[in-house]
Each structure stands twice: as C-alpha cells, then as structure tokens.
Design a binder for this molecule. Sequence first.
Ligand SMILES: Nc1ncnc2c1ncn2[C@@H]1O[C@H](COP(=O)(O)OP(=O)(O)OP(=O)(O)O)[C@@H](O)[C@H]1O
Ligand SMILES: [Mg+2]
Length: 207
Amino acid sequence: MEIKGENISFRYNIDSDWILKDVNIFLKTNQIIGLMGSSGSGKSTLCKILTGYINNYEGDVYLDGEKVNNNGFNPIQLVFQHPEKTINPKWKMNKALNESWNPPKELLDKFGIQQSWLNRWPNELSGGELQRFAVIRALSPKTKFLIADEMTTMLDAVTQVQIWQNVINIAKERKIGVLVVSHDKKLLNRLCDETIHLNIPFKIFFI
Ligand SMILES: Nc1ncnc2c1ncn2[C@@H]1O[C@H](COP(=O)(O)OP(=O)(O)OP(=O)(O)O)[C@@H](O)[C@H]1O
Ligand SMILES: [Mg+2]
C-alpha cells in the first residue's frame, strides 16, 4: 500500500501565511521515514492532513489511489504529539485502550503498562504513561501506516528506546509504514531508512 500526498498547501486562515505550500510526500508500507523541521514548520499540521483530521487543504492525499477520510477505522493511524488531547477524559484507561481493538496483555507488558493503570482516569497518568496507551491503540491489526508525531518526546531515553524497538518490530512484522516525526537526529538516523526535512519557506520534498 502507499500514501501519496500531492501538492499539499494549507493555511489555518484565509488571511494568514501558508503553513505548507506544494508539499509532495510518498510513503509505502514497509518503509520507515523520518520527518524533521524546525518548530512551527508544519509537521503536526501535515500529519493531521495525511490522516484526515484536517480536510480543508489544497492538493490531494490518496491511500492506494483512494481519497483518505476518517469515517470508520482509518488504516493510517496518528499518534499525536499530546496524548492528553486525544484520549477521552471521561473514559477509564481500560475502555480507552479497547476502543478499536483488544490488545493482548503481553503487548501491554512490552510497553511497560502496569495493570493497575487500567483502572485509572487519563488525568491520573503522566504524559509518558498515557502516550504508551496511545501507541498501542494505534497498532490495531488493521493499521497499515503509523504517523508518529513526536511520539516519544516526553519519555526518558531508556523508555524511548524500549517503545521504539517494540514499534519497529511490530511494523516490520506486519509491514506497517511509519513516518517518524522528531527533532532528535540520532533517533531518526537509528530508526529510519531516510529522513526528509520540512523547512520554512520552501517545503517541496519527496519521500
Ligand atoms: N489551530 C491552529 N490555528 C492557527 N494556527 C495554528 C493552529 N495550529 C497550528 N498553527 C500554527 O501553524 C504552524 C505550524 O504548526 P505545527 O503544529 O504544524 O508545527 P510543528 O512543525 O509541528 O511544530 P513543533 O515542532 O513545535 O511541534 C505554527 O506556526 C502554529 O502556530
Ligand atoms: Mg508538532
């Protein structure tokens, strides 16, 4: 499978500057690609466009030639930079975890999730603890692409390695394509087949 973004341009308001201008992006399952760029260069915005959370952009995003939308299960899963914004505060973690699939306990152990956390509310977990749930939620057997927007930024170095090792193993096993958004050059060099740069003001690149 492949994601193809063609000539993507976007600005948040009609009278503001373009955040993205004619961006082209191509990602296949089985590829692990890094995305770097200074703060405010539009990385998170591009992630939201690729996963259908932002629709009013110019250009096209195709998944195997079909327009991407967010109705029903989306095979392109986004792990947001800030998990507290995406996990329903009114659901206990057990419910949030099992919303789209039922991850086995073995997987929770691999990601360092303690059983006692399942009975907590999202605001009773740290950002890093909450993000582990967000990662597992995104790894449904139906997932074909994982868009990881600064997914492990809030974790300590050891936990970051542990989480990424598990994610990469799963991605390789299931042939999931991964876009790794990060400011951490070392992390990108270690994980990715190649890294692309999203710069202001010229944002034309190919994967
Ligand atoms: N909802 C919004 N309304 C208006 N402007 C926004 C909105 N969200 C983001 N922006 C602006 O769009 C630009 C790109 O933001 P974005 O979050 O995509 O950057 P980023 O590359 O992910 O940055 P960071 O590395 O800090 O996460 C920024 O200038 C930001 O202020
Ligand atoms: Mg961002």
